[in-house]
Design a protein around this ligand. Sequence first.
Ligand code: FMN
Length: 200
Amino acid sequence: MEKAAITSLDIQPLIKNRWSPRSFSSKPVSADKIERIFEAARWAPSSFNEQPWRFIVGIKGDSTWEKLYDCLVAFNQIWTEPAPVLVLAIGKKTSAKGDKNSVYQYDVGQSMAYITLQAEAEGLRSHQMGGFSKGKARELFSIPEDYDPMVMSAIGYQDAPEKLKPDFTKMEKAPRERKPLEELVFSERHGHSHPMTRGR
Ligand SMILES: Cc1cc2nc3c(=O)[nH]c(=O)nc-3n(C[C@H](O)[C@H](O)[C@H](O)COP(=O)(O)O)c2cc1C
């Protein structure tokens, strides 16, 4: 099932077509695709080139996947069960100099955006999740205090919505929604729509 963004202007096809399904096929993902996804993440920009992102990657069948799955809240466990790849993104909270890095979350978010787009380019889908236990992740993976378990993601081939449990099928088929551009892009002052966005 495709759920391309309904855009008022043409945008890059990878961005237009990306979405976050919950129906994943158990078909394995080749190691080279997975490596390219993390290579893409490596090349995200970051403040002072600190590259504060770290990733724990579980492949279905290995013990890392099992531990990552254990970290998820029950809602996310229901639909991620067949997902061939689970990822935990971790942010380093301090800079190389040892100062607080106030933008590490921003930078890790950018690397995750690169992951979602490279996954699309590989013919895969990804679905990020904030619904997991940070404490459990810290304990199960011995994550040091200076590192923040931030977000998880399922990656794999998309499957049919009908493969999901009924409530999830409904969510899967629901239209994708976004705020209008005029609520987001301003000129002159905060909250004042930029003229180019009016009506979009
Ligand atoms: C940081 C973050 C946390 C999210 N947490 C969850 C989650 O725990 N469970 C879930 O099913 N979806 C989760 N999502 C998916 C969002 O609900 C989804 O991206 C949003 O509804 C937009 O849909 P789209 O990605 O298909 O455009 C999360 C997305 C992000 C970026």
